[in-house]
Write a protein that binds this ligand. Sequence first.
Ligand code: KG4
Ligand code: ZN
Length: 359
Amino acid sequence: MASEQVILGIDTSCDDSGVGIVVDGTQILANVRASQEFAHVQFGGIVPSVAARRHALVIHSLIEEALRQSGLGLHDLSAIGVTNQQGLAPALCIGVAAAKSLALSLEVPLIPVHHVDAHVYSIEMTFGGAVYPFLCLAVAGGHTMLLMVHSRRDYEMVGTTRDDSAGEAFDKVARELNLGYPGGPGIEMAAARGDAGRFLLPRPLSSGKTYDLSFSGLKTSTNRLIRSMKDSGSFETDPTLVADIAASFQAAVFDSLLARCLRYLRSNHVSRMAVVGGVAASATFRLQLNDIAAKTSVELLIPPPEICTDNGAMIAGLAAHLPRVSPRQALDLDVHANAELGLRGLRYRASTKYRDVSS
Ligand code: KG4
Ligand code: ZN
């Protein structure tokens, strides 16, 4: 890798717009984000056309802000990295269009990046190149998967959700309980006062040999329970009902995730486990992760929140290690909503979170 590669990275794959500037794949000079939470609150989930419009509104000011934070000018940039794979197609298009115009006007290469590959790379960017091999749980609104990462260029999918992502289940149950969007923080706060043993909710696929996960049945059972309680008027008479449902649901999601990790760690020799994605923001989940790390003598690696969630710095960081596209060829760069994991070509099965209600 040539020294002093100053790469600006853009991520508009989902509902956060992120721009980062990273030197030589490791040194973060800027990492700025704009969240769209309020734009999607009324829908209780992400509407792709709304996400794209919000990205278009903020992306140029984020680029300016990242440059300001880094103390650099546009002409200091040696390349532009951009997420063009895995995410909402209309949202990805905004970041790719911004990246193309930057690359063309500055006459620097463009570097296409797979969003999940960048999440995995965020572990090396945070903890250093000696971190391999590690087990990686990527758990967010847009993806839920377990990966065995042997090196930056070599990893395998151990298990993935067969339907909804864990974050999506949090968001949909929170909507039914009126706990806000995104749903995870509201559920966690309510659950802290609740009894997780009051309702026994399903933990699908838990008896199988697979490491795959499923959250759609749990989400449906929980929402059915909530509706039946609403119909019977129980919410008016039972002051702990919301907290008890939130706690029981949260326990079912975390049990499912942790059981897969624990089973993999017990039957394979792995000394480190990493967790990335928005669900890792849960303090409750972190406590339970620490617990299984201690039980299995595994080192737990969780990047700081601004690197754990969707961000531009991880895109700029990984881009330093990836093939470049010349500014002229960059015009042909397309987006891929459900792409294979970029570095090794493993199939990524997308969550069904995203439903375009605009068409
Ligand atoms: O990584 P992220 O910011 O973006 C996506 O890829 O979607 O993750 C957002 C997801 C949301 O579904 C949100 O409900 C979940 O992370 N989340 C949580 C918590 N905080 C955020 N889930 C459980 N507990 C939390 N405290
Ligand atoms: Zn993500």
